[in-house]
Design a protein around this ligand. Structure first.
Ligand code: MLC
Ligand code: AMP
Length: 510
């Protein structure tokens, strides 16, 4: 049976005793050990009644087991839906209702709150904890260690990744096997990955960066990963001593720069540092080069499109730019005001919305045909909502966003989602949520509240009331009360003015 993605990423490693995952405990999972666990999980998936095309949702701590669930989904043709571990049960309930997974895997600690959600959706619930215990590993241990891979083509679905949006309602981006494989192939070549690579992996595995970029590239090249549960300065420093490549969000780089142990000697043997998911300040790029001698390679991507553009491996890596489109990816800057499908390119050097077409681009949002249609031009380019400009050497510079989005420590936060929740709180007339400079996360979330007439608002009480509803990283790190929100003559809240006014909110803590 052929299965496009499995045959390329996993199949060649069956039976291989080469190391795949090196853990902080010193334990090493070989490729074959990993694939045996994946096969056993695939049998559990079958036994739970899932068939190719059905969905499996996973909200579990980063671990080799959690990664093996991804491999098992690919092997059994099941659509993998990884969820941020910070999501509250209210948030998970939405994804379960929307994607209707037949199997939900969660941490044992979340079982009491997620059990009713699974039951209501008719899904089986299994547990998996970060140390590899739980109902899933227990069931898997009794299963055969080989599994007959299900047939799948490049056009078949591989994963749903949810991204929030300007309306506040999250959308499931449907990614095919071909989307993931084409990008993994382009990146492996562009960044010269091979079997000898050891990638320092401290990113979460529920997003594109840690899952499809870092992991798929390592798998395709047959390299190994130094697999950390998250960013921890000590573990990073010791991992750097053994790695050949590191990938991270800009916060990783600013935190490493704050650590006196980061030195030229420590990283002299490393061949590549990659940054993405959020803007890397040119200043960080320069400081990192001054300290280590390495020029960080910045690239640009999105959940819906995988990776779009990259600075060169060989050649000039320009700070403040994200390089050139990857091979096979078409990129254009739409002319101002030509959101209407004429496909026109902006004049050279002009600023406009970045639009993308290629085998890397997703096929649409789950159950949202109208939303999908809105985001594509008539000639099939996806509108990213990012504003860009191409310089005289053909390098893309991201100069802003037409979407109202905050990127904090590499996580996307849509203000609307938080505003809807704040507006619901007693005594709140309306709210505006903005992102302002934050020394650690790049942008930090600030909420500005206007009370109903004659009402006094206590920000601490509001913060407490929204806490169980949304993930901690989305919650405003500061709340302010004003008499009324500033509006322009059209009645629109002037967020730019608020961003200016609250710009220094987090600067004192730097
Ligand atoms: C944690 N917190 C955050 C946060 N991460 N707040 C805002 N933004 C974030 N990103 C909060 C916690 O809720 C907690 O709050 C406090 O900060 C400390 O938490 P922590 O768990 O100790 O933080 P830490 O583990 O150090 O995590 C920070 C981080 C992490 C930057 C390492 O957020 C991270 O790994 N980010 C990477 C995200 C990523 O992979 N993005 C890729 C998306 S894919 P309190 O109040 O309880 O103390 C994509 C496409 C592409 O964008 O191009 O790649
Ligand atoms: P997500 O939807 O989580 O995949 O986030 C995608 C968004 O992250 C993009 O639309 C950009 O706004 C942003 N992004 C990713 N990489 C970069 C980068 N290198 N520089 C600036 N923004 C980036």
């Amino acid at each position: 049976m052929t299965n496009t993605l499995f045959d390329a990423l996993f199949g060649p490693h069956i039976g291989s005793e080469r190391p795949f995952l090196e853990l902080p405990t010193g334990d090493v999972w070989t490729y074959d050990a990993f694939l045996q666990r994946a096969a056993q999980i695939a049998h559990v998936i079958d036994a739970a009644g899932l068939r190719p095309g059905d969905r499996l949702a996973l909200q579990a701590a980063k671990s080799p087991w959690a990664l093996a669930v991804y491999a098992a989904c690919v092997q059994s043709g099941v659509v993998f839906l990884p969820l941020n571990t910070a999501y509250t049960s209210d948030e998970v309930a939405y994804f379960v209702r929307d994607a209707t997974p037949k199997l939900l895997i969660c941490d044992p600690k979340s079982e009491p709150s997620l059990n009713p959600i699974a039951t209501q959706a008719g899904a089986t619930l299994l547990t998996l904890s970060g140390d590899g215990s739980g109902g899933l590993p227990e069931s898997a241990s009794a299963k055969p260690t080989r599994y007959e891979t299900r047939a799948r083509t490049a056009a078949d679905l591989a994963a749903f990744l949810y991204t929030s949006g300007t309306t506040g309602r999250s959308k499931g981006a449907m990614l095919t096997q071909g989307n993931l494989l084409s990008n993994a192939e382009a990146l492996t070549r562009a960044w010269a990955f091979d079997q000898s690579d050891a990638l320092l992996h401290a990113l979460p595995i529920f997003h594109t960066h840690g899952l499809f970029v870092a992991t798929n590239v390592s798998l395709l090249a047959g390299g190994r990963m130094i697999f950390l549960p998250g960013f921890n300065a000590d573990a990073m420093i010791s991992g750097l001593a053994r790695a050949t490549v590191m990938m991270g969000v800009p916060t990783f780089y600013t935190r490493l720069l704050d650590d006196p142990r980061l030195s030229r000697d420590l990283v002299a043997h490393i061949r590549l540092f990659v940054s993405g998911s959020a803007p890397l300040l040119a200043e960080t790029h320069r400081a990192f080069e001054a300290r280590t001698g390495h020029r960080i390679l910045e690239r640009y991507g999105m959940t819906e499109t995988n990776m779009i553009a990259s600075n060169p491996y060989d050649g000039d890596r320009k700070p403040g730019t994200v390089g050139k489109p990857l091979p096979g990816v078409e990129l254009r800057i739409a002319g101002r005001n030509d959101g209407d499908d004429n496909g026109g390119d902006a004049e050279s050097g002009a600023i406009g919305e970045i639009e993308v077409r290629g085998p890397n681009v997703f096929i649409g949002y789950w159950n949202m045909p109208e939303k999908t249609a809105e985001e594509f031009s008539a000639d099939g380019f996806f509108r990213t909502g990012d504003l860009g400009q191409i310089d005289e050497d053909g390098y893309l510079q991201i100069v802003g966003r037409s979407k109202d989005l905050i990127i904090s420590g590499g996580y996307n936060i849509y203000p609307k989602e938080i505003e809807l929740l704040l507006d619901d709180q007693e005594g709140v007339l309306e709210s505006a949520v903005i992102g302002v400079p934050h020394p650690d996360f790049g942008e930090g979330v600030v909420g500005v509240l206007a009370p109903e007439p004659e009402r006094n608002l206590t920000t601490a009480a509001i913060a407490e009331a929204i806490a169980p509803k949304i993930a901690r990283f989305k919650q405003p790190k500061a709340l302010f009360v004003v008499n009324e929100l500033p509006r322009n003559t059209m009645g629109k809240v002037q967020k730019a003015l608020l961003r200016e006014q609250y710009a220094a909110t987090f600067s004192a803590s730097s």
